[in-house]
Ligand binder design. Structure first.
Ligand SMILES: [Zn+2]
Length: 415
């Protein structure tokens, strides 16, 4: 393919070879030392390309940097954010493979033996990439396109602007952070120090993705106490907590589970259950796009608990239920100009925005609730979080194009 941003792909290939897996069992920030090692290398690179105020913040371990404005007027300060950790999958010794001019129908062997393959019959998205150059992992590991694509794209866009001073832009802040995949990185994000007026995470999937709606989420732990006695004399005495657990689950709507829902429908998911006659614990997650919907799901749980306690005695079923995060749209609805800016940038580049709501959360959702509106832009990857992950070079170029177009359009905005 014609090379537009010379360093984009070499940069990305270098990044994915560095192990930056996060660890949800760790209590340090970042959760793993290897993330700090990578952040320090990135800091050197940012200084080298000419970014200013490069620092790794103590409070949240975000690597932040500034590109000063070269305009003679004030425009809103734009933030660009991505994460450097990779998902919970083997990330040791990542060996990226390049498939040039993919035909959109062949099966791609990931490992030498052909044990793991990318087959369009299994992954129909491959058909969208005829004529493009794909980057894959090689069987044993994930690729880490999530989100080293985003990191490479943001840095490449900055390098482009620094190398082209005739391209006018306002002040830009970038933030490259740890531990997104374990859901903790953005919780410590220092919005005030970041100093942006609006931002985007560059952490989405295929070309066109523009996300500003996420689930609202709650977690639920159910503790059920039974009474274990010898079966021989159990009549009228034994209370089997396992069977009450079954009753609890059966009282939830059977069709409102992840495997039977999509689009805008929410669910209850039983993630884990451990028990004996004496005691059973169940862990659920509850998801809904509407705040009211989340509330009525929680009300439903409370009702079931009441009816089981009426039947088996007060205190038989106890719950811990708490909200985890809310739909980003609650914030974004008052800042839709940020979404419209990205939509316009994509349209100017003949990219059709895909605005399907995210059936999950994003770092931007957490950051939006801290007061910095932060929708999510595509970074290009497919099949995130495992050995079948891949990204097209063309998608990564388009992500850089979109970032630069957003920066250009922002020049017409008033601070
Ligand atoms: Zn990600």
């Amino acid at each position: 393919m014609a090379i537009k941003y010379e360093k984009l792909i070499p940069r990305f290939l270098g990044y994915v070879k560095q192990n930056t897996r996060s660890d949800e069992n760790s209590t340090t920030i970042p959760s793993t030392k290897r993330q700090t090692v990578f952040l320090e290398k990135l800091a050197d690179e940012l200084k080298e390309i000419g970014m200013e105020d490069v620092k790794i913040r103590k409070v949240d371990s975000y690597l932040t940097a500034k590109l000063p404005s070269n305009l003679d007027k004030d425009v809103p300060v734009l933030g660009l954010i991505s994460h450097i950790d990779t998902a919970d999958f083997n990330s040791e010794n990542v060996k990226p493979k390049i498939v040039e001019d993919y035909d959109g129908k062949s099966v791609i062997n990931l490992d030498d033996k052909g044990e793991y393959t990318l087959d369009p019959a299994v992954f129909p998205s491959l058909k969208n990439y005829a004529g493009q150059t794909l980057i894959t992992a090689s069987g044993d590991t994930l690729l880490g396109s999530d989100d080293k694509s985003g990191v490479a794209e943001i840095i490449t866009a900055m390098e482009y602007l620094i190398g082209h001073p005739e391209v006018k832009h306002g002040e830009i802040k970038i933030g490259l952070g740890p531990d997104e995949e374990i859901g903790t990185g953005a919780k410590h994000f220092d919005v005030k120090d970041f100093g942006a007026d609006f931002a985007y995470t560059v952490d989405g999937g295929p070309v066109g993705q523009l996300e500003f709606e996420t689930f609202s989420a709650a977690s639920l732990k159910v503790h059920i106490t039974g009474k274990d006695v010898h079966p021989s004399g159990a009549k009228g005495i034994m209370v089997n907590s396992l069977l009450i657990a079954n009753e609890f689950q059966s009282a939830l709507p059977a069709d409102e589970v992840p495997e039977k829902t999509d689009g805008r429908d929410g669910f209850f998911l039983l993630c884990d259950e451990q028990g004996s006659i004496d005691h059973t614990d169940m862990n659920y997650i509850i998801r809904d796009f509407e705040r009211d919907g989340l509330k009525s799901r929680k009300d439903k749980v409370t009702e079931i608990v009441k009816s089981l306690n009426d039947k088996y005695g007060e205190g038989t079923v106890k719950i811990d239920m708490g909200d985890q995060y809310y739909n980003m749209y609650d914030v974004m609805k008052d800042h839709m100009e940020v979404v419209h800016l990205a939509e316009q940038a994509m349209k100017n580049l003949d990219i059709e925005p895909d605005e399907a709501p995210v059936r999950g959360g994003t770092d931007g959702s957490t950051i939006s609730f801290m007061g910095l509106p932060t929708p999510n832009l595509f970074a290009g990857g497919e099949n995130m979080h495992g050995r079948f992950e891949y990204v097209a070079e063309e998608s990564m170029e388009k992500a850089v194009d979109v970032i630069l177009e957003i920066i250009k359009l922002n020049n017409d905005n008033k601070k």
